[in-house]
Ligand binder design. Structure first.
Ligand code: NI
Ligand code: MN
Length: 225
């Protein structure tokens, strides 16, 4: 499983030959100007919630690639009206896709589209593919619901928001990594705009002090599990 960071909360996940994008917000992110959305491959686009900083490039990429949008019922319905194919899910639901098993899990946040229309309730994803298990938290506060995840899934990586203000910050993300029983964390949702700028050194040191590993990738950088 290869995981590429495209800035903010945008990820590429490659499982075998299948390309998955998560929350593409790239063309609107000046820090990601070296990433060309017209070059990105996508068989699926997973969307955690409707906010623009997670959905901006969904339409363009889905229309070019024919990717299937996987999200909650309301978000999938929204994109189906634009002529995009979707796979609707809702919280607690699991589906066995051709690349692996996906569960849509709880997040504490909000989820409206930029035009104000209802984007359902926000979520995150647990993905099991290629014998690797990852948790993509989406935008969320720290929540006890995270403790449910390790009851069923032994995670290899937790992808957690760390930028604070709109989501968890560093200290809560450290607790979240305890809750999901995974000490290997990829941080996201930081530095994109003023409210969520963080000190990388301090963040990494705080995780290190708890014997945890916080990875922060350059935009375009990747890790392989
Ligand atoms: Ni959001
Ligand atoms: Mn966000």
């Amino acid at each position: 499983m290869k995981i590429t960071f495209y800035g903010h909360a945008s990820l590429g996940i490659q499982v075998n030959d299948v390309n998955i994008l998560v929350d593409p917000f790239i063309s609107g992110n000046p820090k990601a100007s070296h990433i060309d959305i017209d070059q990105l491959k996508a068989d699926y686009i997973l969307v955690t919630h409707a906010h623009q900083d997670h959905t901006l490039d969904v339409e363009a990429i889905a229309k070019r690639t024919g990717a299937i949008v996987v999200s909650n019922f309301e978000i999938v319905s929204y994109f189906e009206k634009l002529g995009i194919e979707g796979h609707p899910m809702n919280h607690g639901g699991t589906w066995d896709f051709d690349f692996g098993i996906v569960k849509y899990v709880n997040a504490i946040h909000t989820s409206s589209f930029p035009d104000g229309s209802y984007g359902g309730q926000p979520g995150g994803f647990v993905i099991e593919g290629e014998h690797k298990n990852i948790y993509i938290a989406g935008d969320t506060a720290l929540t006890y619901d995270m403790k449910l995840i390790p009851l069923q899934t032994k995670l290899d990586l937790a992808i957690l928001p760390i930028g604070d203000n709109f989501t968890m910050g560093i200290d809560d993300a450290i607790l979240a990594s305890d809750f999901v029983a995974c000490d290997k964390v990829l941080g996201y949702h930081f530095d994109t705009f003023g409210y969520i700028e963080i000190d990388h050194k301090v963040a990494k040191h705080k995780f290190f002090e708890k014997e945890k590993d916080l990875m922060l990738l350059e935009i375009g950088g990747f890790i392989e599990l």
